[in-house]
Write a protein that binds this ligand. Structure first.
Ligand code: ADP
Length: 213
């Protein structure tokens, strides 16, 4: 079963997907994490993706398709959470072609007030190795700049500054929001309030997913 987690940048998809993986046994696929890994390793995909990502723009669909396919192959047979894909309607259509119409169980939209998003993202810090997210105020790491989970460095992503965040929110509104209607039309759309604390949102999301199991 595949669950798509949708929501604006900063809505908390990655954080919640990590918790659901740890506590409910889901496998998370994050296209953003996969792209950042390619960039770190200096692959051809990473070199193609780099400039788009640092500008806050979408990486071309054909680049994402290869990533999606290899990530799906790696977790075949598990319950999967998709974080960061699809980000436009063309990607939603490609996903339907790859997994078939029965493959997707739901698209769950984490809805957060726009005023909170910029604040969440500008305080976000991310582990360079495992992608775990922290927030300087609401969820700092135990040791400054060191990941609690894997011990690697925690940094601010280059696209998490205020200027790039505005670009990303614009891209979200024009390209990703129409994806919600795509899933509404298929009867797969669900909404969860993402405004509370991490644990409050987790409870609501886990309850929603259990009702779908
Ligand atoms: P966020 O959800 O906070 O925007 P992500 O880590 O999911 O963060 O994505 C970071 C960047 O990676 C995006 O701004 C985009 O450049 C690129 N990216 C990730 N997933 C996709 C995708 N499905 N299609 C195109 N670009 C993507």
């Amino acid at each position: 079963m595949i669950i798509i987690l949708t929501g604006a940048p900063g809505a908390g998809k990655g954080t919640q997907a990590d918790l659901l993986s740890q506590r409910e046994g889901f496998k998370k696929i994050s296209t953003g994490d996969a792209l950042r890994k390619h960039i770190r390793e200096g692959t051809e995909i990473g070199n193609k993706a780099k400039s788009y990502m640092s500008e806050g723009k979408l990486v071309p669909d054909n680049v994402l398709l290869g990533i999606l396919q290899s990530e799906l192959d790696a977790v075949r047979g598990f319950n999967i959470l998709l974080d960061g894909y699809p980000r436009n309607v063309a990607q939603a259509r490609s996903l339907q072609e790859i997994v078939g119409s029965d493959g997707i169980r739901a698209a769950v939209h984490l809805e957060v007030d726009p005023s909170a998003l910029v604040q969440r993202i500008s305080g976000r810090r991310t582990c360079v190795n495992c992608g775990t997210s922290y927030h300087v105020v609401t969820s700092p790491a135990k040791k400054d700049s060191i990941c609690d989970r894997c011990g690697a460095d925690i940094v601010q992503r280059p696209d998490d500054n205020e200027e790039k965040v505005k670009v990303r929110l614009g891209v979200y509104e024009s390209e990703t929001r129409p994806v919600l209607d795509f899933y509404r039309d298929l009867g797969l759309y669900h909404r969860v309030d993402g405004n509370g604390s991490t644990e409050e949102v987790y409870k609501a999301l886990a309850a929603q997913l259990r009702s779908l199991a």
